[in-house]
Ligand binder design. Structure first.
Ligand code: HBI
Ligand code: FE
Length: 288
């Protein structure tokens, strides 16, 4: 992911947090949030994991306008002990992990501009709050996110942050989950994107592969296009069990001897849900 500079900008606390500054959002920004919200909320039922919709309802995120973090936090804290804190943008890895380990989710306080409605690189408040926060109201996913932060702090000491960044990417940001009636979305990078919410589930291009911790930690990722491979978990319980109850140090040591796996590669041991055509990625490559 993008590197952030090492010391907090002017006006930010030592842990990089800033006030949300809710009063500064303009009417046009509230209207843009509502437009983004309506577009996703209309499409996601039947496509997203049910816990996501339950979280939107429980946190009253269905009310119009950009949410106030203080109100959101009253409900979120009651549900799982998590809270949302405002940050100016990407924060350094160790700062990010420390917040998660303490059940604080750092969210950008700014909203994208209308010309960035479908894509922007820095995580804004729509991605961070609409995409990430609903699942923080789910007790099992909430524990996974804390365990991820704790694992990140340990990984930093072992020089293995890139391994954990891949795990985050392919679960928290771009994960798919098995439902009773087919695959469902849960990754925040997908559910906050109109195009990828369709692509990740319905397009014949990408591979959809059963989640395997070591496999995921060896797999590179793309940050500037739809994913070429999505990994499918069985349940949040299973994800939590495979990570929180695993000692990563010996895995990092073993993986050091193994080559990285390309973004579109399929391995003999992969549990395939879909073998993708990669037509999308090939067409993109042909354009440039
Ligand atoms: N900072 N604000 C913010 N949001 C992120 O998702 C984020 C970050 N800093 C580091 C980071 N993510 C990743 O590099 C880690 O997940 C590895
Ligand atoms: Fe994110």
């Amino acid at each position: 992911m993008t590197q952030a500079s090492e010391s907090p900008p002017d006006g930010a606390a030592a842990d990089w947090t800033i006030p949300q500054g809710w009063d500064r959002y303009t009417a046009a920004e509230h209207a843009l949030w509502d437009r983004l919200f309506a577009r996703q909320a209309d499409m996601l039922p039947g496509r997203v994991v049910p816990q996501f919709i339950a979280g939107l309802d429980m946190l009253r995120m269905t009310q119009p306008g950009i949410p106030r973090f203080d109100e959101l936090n009253d409900r979120l804290n009651a549900a799982t002990g998590w809270q949302v804190v405002a940050v100016p943008g990407l924060v350094p890895d160790d700062v990010f992990f420390d917040h998660l380990a303490h059940r604080r989710f750092p969210a950008g306080n700014f909203l994208r501009t209308p010309d960035q409605i479908d894509y922007l690189q820095e995580p804004d408040i729509f991605h961070d709050v609409f995409g990430h926060v609903p699942l923080l109201a789910d007790p099992v996913f909430a524990d996974y996110m804390q365990a991820y932060g704790e694992g990140g702090l340990r990984a930093a000491g072992l020089g293995a942050i890139e391994r954990l960044a891949r795990l985050y990417w392919y679960t928290v940001e771009f994960g798919l989950i098995r439902g009773n009636d087919g695959l469902r979305l849960y990754g925040a990078g997908i559910v906050s994107s109109f195009g990828e919410s369709i692509f990740a589930l319905d397009d014949p291009s990408p591979n959809r592969v059963g989640f395997d911790l070591r496999r995921v930690m060896r797999t590179r990722y793309k940050i500037d296009d739809y994913q070429q491979t999505y990994f499918v978990i069985d349940s949040f319980d299973d994800l939590l069990r495979q990570t929180a109850e695993t000692d990563f140090a010996p895995i990092y040591a073993a993986l050091a001897a193994e080559p990285d796996i390309g973004t579109d590669e399929v391995l003999p041991g992969d549990r395939m849900f879909t073998r993708g055509t990669q037509a999308w990625a090939r067409a993109r490559a042909g354009q440039s």
